[in-house]
Design a protein around this ligand. Structure first.
Ligand code: GDP
Ligand code: IMO
Ligand code: MG
Length: 430
């Protein structure tokens, strides 16, 4: 099983952190390949709930090497803060490896993210304001600063001297900032060179490192952040993030070829949630939506925002199965549905008089999509202690079987609570 890619199938927060942490002991490496600290991955470590934003969720396992790949955007302030918080919990981060090709989030990226959202007003994307979009924008404009530049004082200064006047010009002329509000090249250098000294020992050439590991027969788990519907190409554009969160991103974001990947595990919550703006056909605005949010503790790990909640959307999961080439699904938070008398599954949409069995190619149609539901009886009992599929009540088994049928992909992992041991293996081979 050389390479397994783990991706979100919905709009994020499906429980990728929990499943990564559960699977990590069976891998030699856990690698983040895209996104940045817009992610918030929860891992329960003993009695402590850890929120990981940049560091791979395998970090708490001593025998697992954690790698931040070239496709990630790294805010050095956040990285160092996260490392020190983990160290304070007794988690050793000394072996963390960071690709020299990863791009660095700079202070002007944070300012641009906030300013652009303010300017969009009611049309805002609802970003996490962590500078993610502006950093990727510079990557593609080829004026970005990479981790390898950060740790080379001469190059770092040269690149900053070229880019800071341009960014400050935009911030002043387009967004109305005053010069005194904007950091100068010297101020940035002062702060970032100190950060660079902490990061320098972790910088590696990640692609050869991972390919050598694969040649030695090691196993790699690629930990996706965000999710299929937030993917820059395949999501609900423009209400998406700025990276490829789908499985292909694992190759471009690490420098490992697709022939090295033999399993793609899609994480799907047993209902849907979304943070930020954008279409969400099964969103609930009633008591059921409130109930899912309360019972499921649906508040963002990164921004604390309340997540929008709705019924499971099988059309979206089928789409995720195709776009990612899923071999398996991990169905998470099944226990939260124990609070429902009746459970709905969206099996198709109707938009402007047309029925869609698949996600419409037109975003206009998707914005108009009304869910077509199928109903199933709930089970109304506590399932958080179930250890095997057979122990689940019949109605829960039927629900899983129906979702499996609709996705056309086996549901080989089921989670019934946030703890590591609240995980049912249903065909997944460790
Ligand atoms: P991620 O971004 O995909 O890693 O997911 P988040 O960590 O943002 O959100 C998932 C939340 O659900 C976290 O608070 C987890 O502790 C919690 N969680 C994960 N799996 C389960 C589960 O099976 N049941 C319940 N009740 N909570 C879960
Ligand atoms: P994890 O990895 C949920 C959403 C934001 C916003 C959009 C763009 O924890 O699942 P960005 O700051 O990336 O430019 O914001 O993407 N978003 C997430 N939603 N979970 C995440 O990560 C997210 N990362 C970004 O809310 O709608
Ligand atoms: Mg999250």
């Amino acid at each position: 099983m050389p390479g397994t890619v783990l991706v979100g199938t919905q709009w994020g927060d499906e429980g990728k952190g929990k499943v990564t942490d559960f699977l990590a002991p069976n891998y030699d490496y856990v690698v983040r390949f895209q996104g940045g600290n817009n992610a918030g991955h929860t891992v329960i470590h003993g009695k402590t709930k850890l929120a990981l934003h940049l560091i791979p969720s395998g970090i708490i396992h001593d025998d697992v090497v954690s790698v931040i790949g070239n496709g990630v955007v790294v805010d050095p302030r956040v990285l160092i803060q996260e490392m020190s918080e983990l160290e304070a919990q007794g988690i050793d981060c000394s072996g963390l490896k960071i690709s020299g090709n990863a791009h660095v989030i700079m202070p002007y990226h944070l300012l641009l993210d906030g300013a652009s959202e303010r300017r969009l007003g009611d049309n805002k994307i609802g970003t996490t304001k962590r500078g993610i979009g502006p950093c990727y924008q510079d990557k593609y404009e080829r004026c970005g600063i990479r981790v390898q530049d950060l740790v080379d004082e001469k190059i770092f200064r040269e690149k900053l001297e070229a880019v800071v006047p341009l960014k400050n010009d935009i911030l002043m002329k387009v967004y109305g900032f005053e010069a005194y509000e904007l950091p100068t090249v010297e101020e940035i250098l002062d702060e970032y060179l100190a950060l660079a000294r902490v990061i320098a020992p972790h910088v590696v050439d990640a692609s050869p490192l991972l390919n050598d590991a694969l040649r030695e027969g090691k196993d790699i788990l690629f930990e996706g952040a965000q999710a299929t519907q937030l993917d820059i190409d395949h999501g609900t554009y423009p209400f998406v993030t700025s990276s490829n969160c789908t499985a292909g991103g694992a190759c471009t974001g690490t420098g490992v070829g697709p022939t090295k990947i033999d399993r793609v595990l899609g994480i799907a919550k047993a209902y849907m949630t979304r943070v930020g703006s954008g279409p969400f056909p099964t969103e609930l605005f009633d008591e059921d939506g409130e109930k899912l949010g309360t019972v499921g503790h649906e508040f963002g790990v990164t921004t604390g925002r309340k997540r929008r909640c709705g019924w499971y959307d099988a059309v979206i999961i089928k789409y995720a199965a195709d776009v990612n080439g899923l071999t398996d699904i991990a169905l998470t938070k099944l226990d939260v549905l124990s609070c429902m008398e009746t459970i709905k599954i969206c099996v198709a949409y109707e938009a402007d008089g047309v029925r869609y069995e698949t996600v419409p190619g037109s975003q206009t149609a998707f914005h108009h999509a009304k869910p077509v539901y199928e109903e199933m009886p709930g089970w109304n009992c506590d399932i958080t202690g179930c250890k095997t599929f057979d122990e689940l009540p019949q109605a829960a088994k039927d629900y899983v079987a129906r979702l499996e049928e609709l996705a056309g992909v086996r549901i080989s992992i089921i989670t019934v609570g946030p703890d590591r041991d609240q995980t049912i293996l249903n065909g997944w081979e460790l």
